[in-house]
Design a protein around this ligand. Sequence first.
Ligand SMILES: [Mg+2]
Ligand SMILES: [Zn+2]
Length: 268
Amino acid sequence: MGAAMSLSYVSASQATFLPRMTQKKKKKALVVFDFDNTIIDEDGDDWILKLAPGREAPDWLRQTYREGFLTEYMERIFQYLHDNGTTPDEILDSLKKILYTYKRQDVLKFIASNSNKFDCIVISDSNTVFIEAVLKGGGVKHAVNNVFTNPAHFDESNCLHIEPFHNHACKSCPVNMCKKTILIEYIGTQAQDGVVYDKVVYVGDGVNDLCPCKGLSGSDIAMPRRGFRLIEKLAKMSLRAKLIPWESGSEVLAVLAKRLYLDILLFG
Ligand SMILES: [Mg+2]
Ligand SMILES: [Zn+2]
């Protein structure tokens, strides 16, 4: 089991030439989190509308939403909030009040305190302003190696703007983001820097988490949240990765703790 675990993402021919100690030293698991309804127990895009008049988007604005074009829609939402006098401080303060999915930030704190064994990235269709505010507010920004999300900023008139993250060739994903493409690129870049992951743990809830889950290998773990749409989609297909549903986050912590225990037991 140990040998099989350490050889994923490294071809057999490469592995023979690697000294055994090097393989041991580089072995890490990569934990990938979605953000909305995964790290936080809300959808940040809905949450922020509490600041709008009537605490929701008006019908005329909601009707402008097109499936797969969330970024453009959120740009209009931010403009609407700005037109109605919402300030950057109100937005940032509101984001800091969002609860994390599990006992505040325990899963991310566990990862941070075992950063020699785990790397952690967030891949989300939210935006940089929201995620930064939440991670900083929760005191866990240091737990996350990289955040891949749509860039956002406040302009000189204090209106928030959001731009698409990237262009991609995937037909299944929203126009601005294919999480599988991002994950594959990240694993490739890390490998060039000598960091090889023998296991990916992917934690998510939404339909845009389906594409990266389908790309996981047999040594990886897909963790869809119970009661959300990803788990329904995954139930209808066979996945190479092991499937472990979660609800509160204690299940995510249990998976990571087991991995840490086995890793220490097998490799020290
Ligand atoms: Mg989500
Ligand atoms: Zn995709």
